[in-house]
Design a protein around this ligand. Structure first.
Ligand code: SF4
Ligand code: SF4
Length: 78
């Protein structure tokens, strides 16, 4: 796991799906957010974007985000 979704907070705005640079997020039936953890590069963009703080990186994802990222991944942070 990398990105964790709190379905109770999510208002299904779709913003996280739109900002993900590697298309790792999708919406199931227009509601629940589905995370493709194999594609996620832990860039944290969706977490920062979510207006209701429904997303967070899990422990493994936070370690990778705070650590050094490969150059090709660091380029998409901002
Ligand atoms: S952390 Fe980055 S790569 Fe992973 S799902 Fe969020 S926006 Fe996509
Ligand atoms: S940005 Fe947040 S509120 Fe909007 S769809 Fe994604 S998880 Fe839900």
């Amino acid at each position: 796991m990398t990105v964790i979704v709190d379905d109770g907070k999510c208002i299904s705005c779709g913003g996280c799906v739109a900002v993900c640079p590697v298309l790792a997020l999708d919406m199931k039936k227009g509601t629940d957010i589905i995370v493709d953890n194999d594609s996620c590069i832990d860039c944290n963009l969706c977490v920062r974007f979510c207006p209701v703080a429904a997303l967070e990186l899990d422990e493994e994802g936070r370690k990778r985000y705070k650590g050094e990222l490969p150059r090709k991944k660091a380029a998409v942070l901002y």
